[in-house]
Design a protein around this ligand. Sequence first.
Ligand SMILES: [Zn+2]
Length: 260
Amino acid sequence: MKTKKYLLLILCTILFSCSNDEDEPISIPKPNLQSGVVISFDDDYVDEWFEVNNILQKYDWKATFFVTRFNQLSDAKIQKLKVLKNEGHEIAGHGLNHINAPTFISSFGTSEYLNQEIFPMLNLMKNNDLYPTSFAYPYGARNSTTDKLLLNEFQIIRGTTYGSSNPASQNCYYNKSRFVFGLGIDKNYSHYSIPYFLSLLKYAKNNNKIVIFYAHKPVSSFKNDYETEYQTLIELCNYVKTNNMKFYKISELYDIQNSI
Ligand SMILES: [Zn+2]
């Protein structure tokens, strides 16, 4: 008898809870951010970017190219940028004349900076069917005034960071902000180390984070400053692909900022 009552109680509990389902708030857990990498390149090494794309295509990589001196690019180079964009890469802005933003603004003001460095670049690129929504600071030079100014014109702004602090305290990860720092991977940086770069990717993989790297001129073997060897890029891309991480374009950080 006791068992029957107990069963009845359980049945009622189940029925009662079922009947209340519609009133209960449905909480859907937000999915974890897919770990990954943003690989970005600065300046105007269009031919070299195009070349390295042929090598890295097999990793299904995606890159972001921050272009400067767009007014000095040949038609052939502009065509190559369009091809890269059509293949899924991002073409972004790095200033028309590679001006140091805080230095220029302290002498000439914000309006002059926008009129000389930003608006003409945006217009030229738009006229070529390239619509940059992201910006990287030349020389990594910035301050709170330039951040505020440029976040009115772009969705995502990238600065630079250096050093080989342990992965947990590196600030080259996407930080749920529209302003992010990239870590340089050119071979001349004192923190240059492929194992270190891979340790950052491993930390990202284990903690659902996105590492942001930046480079300049891809080369087969390093001779000058601001050059990144193919081998560095190959090892990074290989790690990302074999570990099922994602290649993000930098503008995708803006799209996901409210979804995590
Ligand atoms: Zn630059």
